[in-house]
Ligand binder design. Structure first.
Ligand code: PLP
Length: 493
C-alpha cells in the first residue's frame, strides 16, 4: 500500500518464487509482532502448531469455490457441519439454520438485510424501517444500515456501559423492525442484558439479534468451564438470530463467521436469487459471489481439532490472563479499567484526565505495542488472547514506563497521534472529522498510496483546518470544564 512509485506494473517476466518469498519477509519486517502478544486486537493467535495446521487445510482448499453449493460438495458439507456445531453450541434446536460468511461485518450486513426484507414482506406498511441498538453496538451495524437504507437508532448506555433497556423500550415505535444487543460489545467488553431484550422483543413481537461476533466462541466455553455467564443464546425465546465469528475466539483463519437464525422463516429473507441473468439462474446465500474454500475448510477443521475441551481450556486461560492484566493495570495509581468487563475484552484509561491516555498509547506504539484507541470515554482497548499469557508483565512494565514518560514530557500530549485522537474525541463538529478522515482515506488509496503522516499537510487543506480549529475547540472546552468544576467545588455540589 505504501508505495511512492506509481508506475508499478506486473513484471514482464515472472519473478522466481524464492525471491518473492524473500521479498514478502522484507515487506512484513515492521509489522506488529502478534506472535509475542504485541497486538491487542486484530489477531487471535493460537500458537505455531495450530497455525501450521491452519495453513495446510487452508491451502488445500484455497482454489475451491463455494459459490455453487452443488459443485464442491465437500465445502457444503463442511459449511453445514460448522453451522450445526454453532447452532448446538448456542442451544438451538434442529430448526436453527444459518450460513457461513466472510466475517463479522458480513454476518451483520446479512442480519440487517434479512430483517429489512422480512419487514417488507410481513409489514409492508413500514416505509422507514428502524433498528434499535445500543450506542456501543459494533459500527458494522451503522455501515449495514447505511448500505441497506435502514435507520439505526442508538439507545443510550447505563453507567455500567450496558444498554439502558428502559430507553430501548421508549424508542420502540411503529417502524421498529429489530432490537439488537451485544455479547459482549467491543468498546468496553460488557454483555448487554440480552434476557431483558428478549423479553421486550417477545412482548412487542419484534425480533432480537445478538451480536456475539466477539464472544460467540468464548462465552459458551466459559460457561461449560463453570464460569457464571449471563444467558445470551437461543435458550432465550425472544432471540431470533446470532452473529458469531469463527476468526476471532474460534481461532480459525481470517474470513470466517456465522450468522444463524431461529428458523428458516428468517434465513429465507437473506437469500438472493435472480432468474433472468443471461449467465444462468443465480442464487447466493450471502453477500459474496465467489467464496474461497480456504476459510470454510479451516474453520471446520479448527472446530474439530481444538474441540470442546480445547476451547474450554483456552477460554479459561484467556479469562485468567484478562483478570491478571486488569488487576495489574488497576494497581498502577495513574491507570484504571473502565466498567466491569465479563471476559476477554476491556478498556482502560488514566485516573487523572490531565494525563493524556492517547500520549500513553503513542509511547506504547513507539515501544512496539500495538494498542487500539477508544473514544467516549477516551481510553485504550485490549482484546486478550492466548498469545498474551506470557507477556502480561512486560506489557504492564511498558504501561508504567509510558505513564512516567508522558508525565515527564507533558508536551507529548499535544503532539502527533495524541493530539489528533484527542481532538477527534473532543471536537463537537463531527462532520469536520468525517471529511478529514475521508481525505486521509483518499490519500491512502490514491495511486501513490501514501500514509497520511508521510506528506506535509497543506495548510489550506480541510485536515489542517480541522486540526487547527480542533485544537482551539479543545482548549476552549478544557478551559470551560475547568471553570465549571471550579464553580461546582466552590458551591460544594
Ligand atoms: C462485537 C463485534 N461485532 C462485529 C465485529 C466485526 O467483525 P469483523 O471485523 O470480522 O467484520 C467486531 C469486530 O471486532 C466486533 O467486536
Amino acid at each position: 500500500m505504501n508505495n511512492s512509485e506509481t508506475n508499478i506494473e506486473i513484471p514482464s517476466q515472472g519473478v522466481g518464487r524464492e525471491n518473492i518469498l524473500k521479498e514478502i519477509n522484507v515487506l512484513a519486517k515492521d509489522d506488529p509482532d502478534f506472535k509475542n502478544g504485541r497486538t491487542w486486537g486484530l489477531v487471535y493467535y493460537a500458537g505455531d502448531e495450530h497455525s501450521a495446521f491452519l495453513k495446510e487445510v487452508h491451502a488445500q482448499f484455497s482454489s475451491q469455490n463455494a459459490l455453487n453449493p452443488t459443485a464442491f460438495k465437500s465445502l457444503k458439507t463442511m459449511e453445514n457441519e460448522v453451522i450445526r456445531m454453532t447452532a448446538n453450541l448456542f442451544h438451538g434446536d434442529e430448526e436453527v439454520v444459518g450460513t457461513m460468511t466472510s466475517g463479522g461485518t458480513e454476518s451483520i450486513m446479512m442480519a440487517v438485510k434479512t430483517y429489512r426484507d422480512r419487514a417488507r414482506k410481513l409489514k409492508p406498511w413500514i416505509r422507514n424501517p428502524e433498528i434499535i441498538a445500543p450506542a456501543s453496538v459494533h459500527v458494522a451495524f451503522d455501515k449495514a444500515c447505511k448500505y441497506f437504507d435502514v435507520k439505526l437508532i442508538h439507545a443510550p448506555l447505563k453507567n455500567d456501559f450496558t444498554v439502558d433497556i428502559k430507553a430501548v423500550k421508549k424508542k420502540i415505535g411503529f417502524n421498529t423492525i429489530l432490537l439488537v444487543g451485544s455479547a459482549p460489545q467491543y468498546p468496553h467488553g460488557v454483555v448487554d442484558d440480552i434476557k431483558a431484550l428478549s423479553d421486550l422483543g417477545l412482548k412487542k413481537k419484534i425480533p432480537v439479534h445478538v451480536d456475539a461476533c466477539l464472544g460467540g466462541f468464548l462465552l459458551p466455553f466459559l460457561e461449560k468451564g463453570g464460569v457464571d455467564i449471563p444467558l445470551f443464546d437461543y435458550r432465550l425465546p425472544g432471540v431470533t438470530s446470532i452473529s458469531a465469528d469463527l476468526h476471532k475466539y474460534g481461532f480459525t483463519a481470517k474470513g470466517a463467521s456465522t450468522i444463524t437464525y431461529r428458523s428458516m422463516q428468517y434465513l429465507k429473507h437473506q437469500f438472493f436469487v435472480y432468474e433472468n441473468w443471461p449467465g444462468g439462474i443465480f442464487a447466493s446465500p450471502a453477500m459474496l459471489g465467489t467464496r474461497s474454500g480456504g476459510p470454510i475448510a479451516a474453520a471446520w477443521a479448527t472446530l474439530k481439532a481444538i474441540g470442546q475441551d480445547g476451547y474450554i481450556k483456552s477460554s479459561l486461560e484467556i479469562l485468567e490472563t484478562t483478570k491478571k492484566l486488569m488487576s495489574a493495570i488497576n494497581a498502577i495509581p495513574e491507570m484504571k479499567v473502565i466498567g466491569k468487563p465479563v471476559a476477554c475484552v476491556f478498556a482502560y484509561t488514566t485516573t487523572d484526565p490531565k494525563l493524556n491516555i492517547y500520549a500513553i498509547a503513542d509511547r506504547l506504539n513507539e515501544k512496539g505495542w500495538h494498542v487500539d484507541r477508544n473514544q467516549r470515554p477516551e481510553s485504550l482497548h485490549a482484546m486478550v488472547t492466548i498469545a498474551h499469557k506470557e507477556h502480561i508483565d512486560e506489557f504492564v512494565d511498558a504501561i508504567k514506563e509510558a505513564v512516567d514518560y508522558v508525565k515527564a514530557n507533558p508536551e507529548k500530549s499535544k503532539e502527533g497521534n495524541a493530539a489528533m485522537y484527542g481532538m477527534i474525541a473532543k471536537i463537537p463538529l463531527r462532520g469536520m472529522i468525517k471529511s478529514s478522515v475521508l481525505k486521509m482515506m483518499q490519500q491512502m488509496y490514491s495511486a501513490k498510496g501514501t500514509m497520511p503522516d508521510e506528506e506535509e499537510l497543506d495548510p489550506n487543506s480541510m485536515e489542517a483546518l480541522t486540526q487547527r480549529l480542533g485544537m482551539q475547540a479543545i482548549e476552549v472546552k478544557e478551559q470551560l470544564d475547568g471553570i465549571v468544576s471550579n464553580i461546582k467545588s466552590k458551591l460544594k455540589f
